[in-house]
Design a protein around this ligand. Structure first.
Ligand code: NDP
Ligand code: MG
Length: 391
């Protein structure tokens, strides 16, 4: 029997990779629903290629425009991400949650009820809404697979292990495109250079976060939530070649490394074929030339000042995570639009996160996802009234 699949965010980097794996393995999978925000051409093209019956376009103007001109009666076009249960009548086997940002949180939680297995790439949802995701996973007995490569690696290394025996977990970071550049030249770096990640092809927002190392701060928080370990157990280590994705050091002295090619297809394909004997990922030989030349480095706090934020990360969830994500997102978008310079992203973030307007929320916890949405709006309203340092 073919596995029934939903891809939320099928037109993005993770969504396209998932789609392409399914396209190559149509004997094993059938896509039930694809979603996008605005990329009407690509989603139509995807639906036509694999005869997908349902597509969802979140942006109202884009949805209405397509509705007017679409003649293909075999494709049903939907608009409302809040209404997934009216599209998916029977539980599907697997949902890939690959919408970017916190717009992915509600559809992720809703999909948990509608899917036997849920694969979550959308790290913002895990970071801000893990308590709600975890509750829904338990209530609906849905399997969960983390897709972020470091988390997929840790998850694989910890399978059948007691997490009480973990001494330390190292999350590797490539260091991004500016690892070996002097800080003084970074102020005027244009987005097109910051977006050029040396090893990974990703969406814009996560590419900038990788350059500043903010992505790794998010990943430590993400790992803390998923594996429910004390924050002091996690450490960031720079590994420029990105061949090893996680290292787990156990109390018994054993250290396990997980290496794979620098491609998100590895965690995604493995999650689609979990526990299946059919699966054969056609990778090349082990890259001994890379393993021989591995050079692990401690991140330089001068070059990557966001490392300081790790001191602020607590074991208990609070509004801190939502505020951190929202401020960073706002500043990254401002940088991408050319309104602030590269170094201002972190300078402003580190200042803003300490302001009393925000710190008063760090002892409070959102009670539901509406609270998270209200906080995002508060942050944006506050930031819209602010003047930003331009360095
Ligand atoms: P992209 O920006 O490439 O794609 C995002 C997808 O979500 C697109 O389909 C986009 O539609 C859709 N989308 C964006 N905003 C909305 C919205 N408001 N409502 C509905 N749909 C929306 O992101 P990535 O694929 O790079 O990343 C997806 C998630 O996975 C992120 O949370 C990221 O942090 C995480 N991740 C990504 C990795 C990677 O290698 N790319 C690695 C690990 C984690 P449209 O095409 O119209 O914009
Ligand atoms: Mg990652």
């Amino acid at each position: 029997m073919k596995k029934k699949i939903v891809i939320l965010g099928s037109t993005g980097s993770i969504g396209k990779t998932t789609f392409n794996i399914i396209k190559k393995n149509q004997k094993d999978f059938k896509i039930v629903l694809l979603t996008t925000n605005k990329n009407v051409n690509l989603i139509l093209n995807q639906a036509n290629q694999l005869k997908v019956k349902n597509i969802l376009i979140s942006s109202k103007p884009h949805y209405l425009k397509l509705k007017k001109c679409l003649n293909n009666k075999k494709i049903r076009v939907h608009n409302n991400l809040d209404n997934l249960q009216s599209i998916i009548k029977n539980k599907v086997d697997y949902t890939m949650c690959a919408i970017s940002g916190l717009s992915g949180l509600k559809p992720t939680i809703d999909s948990i009820k509608l899917s036997k297995t849920i694969a979550i790439a959308n790290k913002e949802s895990i970071i801000c809404g893990w308590q709600f995701i975890n509750e829904a996973l338990k209530k609906n007995k849905t399997n969960f697979i983390p897709i972020d490569s470091e988390h997929f690696s840790i998850w694989t290394l910890l399978k059948n292990q007691n997490t009480a025996n973990v001494k330390k977990i190292y999350l590797t970071a490539s260091g991004g495109p500016f690892l070996n550049k002097k800080k003084s030249i970074l102020a005027n770096i244009k987005p097109k250079y910051a977006l050029k990640h040396p090893n990974w092809k990703m969406g814009k927002k996560i590419s900038i976060d990788s350059a500043t190392l903010m992505n790794k701060i998010f990943e430590v928080i993400e790992a803390k939530k998923i594996f429910n370990l004390d924050i002091s157990k996690f450490k960031i280590i720079i590994h420029p070649k990105s061949y090893i994705h996680a290292i787990v050091h156990f109390n018994n002295g054993i250290v396990k490394f997980l290496a794979h090619d620098t491609s998100m297809s590895v965690p995604i394909a493995n999650s689609l074929y979990l526990e299946s004997d059919k699966f054969n990922y056609k990778s090349g030989d082990i890259k001994f030339e890379l393993l021989n030349g591995i050079n692990f480095l401690n991140p330089d706090i001068n070059k990557f000042p966001v490392i300081k934020l790790l001191k602020r990360v607590k074991n208990q969830s609070s509004y801190f995570e939502t505020i951190l994500i929202s401020i960073n997102d706002y500043l990254v978008q401002k940088y991408l639009k050319g309104e602030i310079n590269y170094l201002s992203i972190n300078d402003n973030l580190l200042k803003l996160i300490k302001t009393p307007y925000f710190t008063r929320y760090y002892k409070l916890k959102p009670k539901n996802i509406i609270d998270i949405k209200i906080m995002i709006r508060k942050v944006i309203t506050y930031l819209n009234k602010n003047k930003f340092n331009e360095n």
